[in-house]
Design a protein around this ligand. Structure first.
Ligand SMILES: Cc1cc2nc3c(=O)[nH]c(=O)nc-3n(C[C@H](O)[C@H](O)[C@H](O)COP(=O)(O)OP(=O)(O)OC[C@H]3O[C@@H](n4cnc5c(N)ncnc54)[C@H](O)[C@@H]3O)c2cc1C
Length: 458
């Protein structure tokens, strides 16, 4: 496999992406981690920092950064998939606010860690601007700010922008306003994950690549080449989790796809803005996201690719010409300055993990030593760092501010069996797409989309 072809990011690495040696046979460790994405590697990192004597082994089916961590949009944000009101309903207002503050602190912690480890990943703390381009979107922007205030966040966390303020950050077509938060950094995702792999190796962690784990059980991660025995086994496989025995309905792998333009000339950037490399989106239902890369491209993505029956994950699903064409069209609508032929040079995609109740979770079952983190619903760049720090505390038995956060130990319900799961996820996507189209036409918010959101639980 040519790993460079998996994303624009992996194609722009100095590193040849040569796989590390696979596991050679049975082995022992104190902690074995399955999956070398952000979750697995941050967990290894904070464990190794806290206790350099720990014997930590990471097993990865392909190479570090093969999964979503080497392919994402590079928003290291404080977004948490469960909304503040939903968290407050379940756990109380204080716990919800603590979770939100922990996420904000996580954005800064990733910045500190990459600086400390010398990971050159084009990190820039420019915040996020989310545009409102219809009356309905403006209504959602206002509601989001009101909700944030009601739950204890202040203008230093999130502000409403009028049309001029929003356009001053990002001049897209038809901007009527928006929201801005400073709690997001932009980065080169693959450089982060590959740099992290090297950072943990420097601290004595063993990484075996091209080593598929065929079963996880108490005390062991089993591979065709041998079994790694360890009192703690961490599952860090996110969108790929349904491929493990007994995990078919744990998360739904939902695909997000991206395109990148050729580097754009300065005069185009002068018209678009994003001068602080703010990440950007708008308040539509079907999520879109973008960043201005350090080499002057627009990297732009969105959900909307179909969910595949039986939670299947296959390389071919990363590439949906229909979705790439839609992303290109959307970029052209947002930024007519790009011209009728938006100059796209790269297209790619990958799966992310969605839990049935839209809740990310992290935990360790102390009776079995089985630990997990994931279900980030596409907000994993920051959240995986918080998961890694939290798992490091849980595994070492250290009680901390992190181990009492409300997502710790949360168990999401399983997804419905097929064909219900396939019907529900794909019907939900259809409703959201048609709601976005109708809202742009009529300006009125869609009631069907609100109902669908309620069914999906967020
Ligand atoms: C296109 C796209 C855009 C995104 N944009 C953003 C964004 O801008 N901001 C944001 O916060 N989030 C974003 N996300 C989500 C984010 O990338 C993920 O939440 C995050 O990378 C998850 O990290 P992870 O380590 O848990 O999982 P992954 O990075 O998916 O890593 C899991 C690893 O486990 C390995 N693995 C799986 N099964 C096995 C097995 N049986 N044996 C051994 N190894 C195995 C895989 O090969 C993989 O390397 C995006 C995701 C995608 C796909």
């Amino acid at each position: 496999m040519r790993y460079q072809e998996l994303s624009y990011w992996l194609s722009t690495m100095d590193d040849p992406l040569t796989p590390r040696p696979p596991l050679g046979g049975d082995a022992d460790a104190d902690v074995v981690i399955v999956g070398a994405g952000y979750t697995g590697l941050w967990t290894a990192y904070y464990l190794a920092v806290a206790d350099p004597a720990l014997r930590i082994t990471v097993l990865e089916r392909e190479i570090a950064g093969f999964g979503a961590s080497g392919r994402n949009g590079g928003w290291c944000s404080a977004l948490f998939p469960t909304s503040l009101p939903a968290l407050a309903r379940r756990h109380g207002r204080d716990a919800a606010l603590r979770m939100q503050r922990a996420m904000q602190e996580t954005v800064r912690e990733v910045g500190r860690a990459v600086a400390a480890e010398g990971i050159d990943c084009d990190w820039q703390l420019g915040g996020t601007v989310v545009l409102a381009r219809s009356e309905a979107q403006l209504g959602r922007a206002r509601a989001e700010v009101a909700e944030a205030r009601a739950h204890g966040l202040d203008p230093a966390d999130l502000v409403l922008l009028d049309a001029a303020e929003a356009a001053a950050r990002c001049t897209a077509e038809g901007v009527r306003g928006g929201t801005y938060t400073p709690h997001c950094a932009v980065l080169h995702p693959a450089r982060l994950v590959r740099g992290l792999a090297r950072a943990v190796e420097r601290r004595g962690v063993r990484i075996h690549e091209r080593t598929p784990v065929t079963a996880i059980r108490a005390g062991a991660a089993v591979t065709p080449a041998g079994t790694v025995r360890a009192p703690v086994v961490v599952r860090a496989t996110e969108g790929y989790t349904p491929g493990l025995p007994g995990q078919r309905r744990a998360v739904a792998p939902v695909y997000s796809l991206m395109v990148a333009t050729e580097p754009l000339p300065e005069e185009i950037w002068a018209r678009i803005g994003l001068a602080q490399r703010e990440t950007f989106s708008d308040h539509r239902h079907v999520i879109i996201y973008g960043q201005r890369t350090a080499d002057g491209r627009l990297a732009f993505g969105g959900r909307g690719a179909p969910y595949h029956f039986g939670s299947r994950v296959e390389p071919g699903y990363d590439r949906e010409p229909r979705v790439f064409a839609a992303l290109r069209r959307t970029l052209g609508e947002l930024f007519p300055v790009l011209g009728p032929e938006v100059p796209v040079s790269h297209t790619w995609g990958g799966p992310l993990g969605v839990a049935r109740d839209w809740s990310a979770s992290v935990g360790l079952d102390t009776s079995t030593g089985l630990a997990w983190a994931g279900g980030y619903v596409g907000d994993g760049v920051g959240t995986a760092n918080l998961a890694g720090r939290t798992l490091a505390d849980l595994i070492r038995g250290a009680e901390s501010d992190l181990t009492s956060l409300p997502w710790v130990g949360h168990r999401s319900p399983r997804w419905e069996p097929e064909p219900v799961r396939w019907l529900a996820v794909n019907a939900g996507l259809k409703v959201m797409f048609s709601a976005d189209r109708a809202e742009l036409r009529t300006g009125r918010p869609s009631r069907r989309a609100a109902l669908c959101n309620r069914f999906l639980g967020h």
